[in-house]
Design a protein around this ligand. Structure first.
Ligand code: UDP
Ligand code: MG
Length: 316
């Protein structure tokens, strides 16, 4: 039996040695328990630090460590895709390099898959401690919003840390979209998923690659990529204002007929106009976001470009 662990890395030089130390301990336990061969697939996502050199060092020492290196930073989603494509094992896990995903959980995950309790075992964090209040507030709003759609729900607190069997991996790889949102893709493909709760931990070293505005973009991209609900909401806002204007017109006509009131006050008119054109621009903006995404899909560019890797990987 074989297990591949896919690890996207972007400027992770500080933490990689510790990562290997901790993870290989877990991998050793798995080997003893189930006699599983494990390979590591590191994806260097255009790091500016010594990440690639360190990965090459790992590969020289241990041939079960592989690396794929991108020509520039393509983002974590692209790195995940490249790593998943490179796996030809029965079981494939994805985890972050910063040890925020505790490697011991790999043992619980493979337990789930080997005993066929589920097709996918995913870590789900139970707390948001150590995270800025405002960040967790927006994270909660994000899940509330995205789960209003008819598509399968995204469970809150799910990280990308998970292990899946071949059927799930093939299903995930069959999705060839350019704007990838892994959490959405994993929910969308279905299959049986078992959640493994764990306590959130701080990064072992280095800094998070996400600024607040990047996270906000990621959130918006996720919503746009996963559901068309915003378009529907925009349409309903339109209907609502149409109704409101009808009621207003009827009110004005009736008042004119009954009381002969002259029309008064342009300031209120200006306010209404500003309000309505604001709503219109907002809705056009939503449509624009979808159009932009469609444009990027239609261009059909590759999701990433590989500059070098340690072997001719199977399906790259
Ligand atoms: N990552 C990546 N490309 C990027 C940003 C991040 O490959 O453009 C990797 C990063 O090296 C790490 C994982 O994605 O292994 C998660 O990143 P990070 O820890 O910065 O995110 P957070 O844990 O704060 O969500
Ligand atoms: Mg992290």
């Amino acid at each position: 039996m074989r297990l591949s662990i896919v690890i996207p890395c972007f400027n992770e030089a500080e933490v990689l040695n510790l990562f290997m130390e901790k993870t290989s301990a877990a991998v050793k336990t798995i080997k003893e328990k189930y006699d599983t061969d494990t390979e590591y697939i590191f994806v260097n996502d255009g790091s500016k630090d010594a990440t690639l050199e360190i990965l090459k060092g790992f590969h020289e020492k241990d041939p079960s460590v592989h690396y794929i290196s991108f020509s520039r930073n393509f983002g974590k989603e692209a790195a995940l895709l490249a790593g998943l494509k490179a796996s030809d094992s029965e079981f494939t896990a994805i985890m972050d390099a910063d040890l925020q995903d505790p490697p011991e959980l790999l043992i619980d995950m493979i337990d789930v898959l080997i005993h066929d309790r589920a097709d996918c075992a995913a870590a789900r964090r139970m707390n948001r401690d150590g995270e800025p209040v405002i960040r967790s507030f927006f994270a909660r709003r994000f899940y509330a919003l995205i789960n209003r759609s008819k598509d399968p729900d995204l469970a809150e607190g799910v990280r990308d840390f998970r292990m899946m069997n071949r059927s799930v991996l093939d299903a995930v790889l069959s999705i060839s979209e350019y704007n990838r949102f892994s959490k959405g893709i994993f929910a969308w493909v279905g299959f049986r998923t078992e959640w493994i709760p764990y306590e959130h931990t701080e990064r072992a070293a280095g800094r998070t690659k996400w600024s607040f505005s990047q996270l906000a973009h990621y959130g918006i991209d996720g919503i746009i990529g996963y559901t068309v609900k915003p378009l529907e909401i925009a349409a309903w806002i339109g209907v609502f204002f149409f109704m409101l204007s009808m009621a207003g017109i009827i009110f004005i006509i009736v008042r004119k007929l009954l009381f002969g009131d002259p029309v008064a006050g342009w300031p209120s008119l200006v306010c209404i106009m500003l309000f309505c054109s604001g709503i219109q621009l907002f809705c056009t903006g939503i449509i624009g976001e979808y159009l932009a995404k469609t444009y990027l899909e239609v261009k059909n560019r590759p999701v990433y470009i590989i500059q070098e890797s340690d072997r001719v990987l199977r399906k790259l």
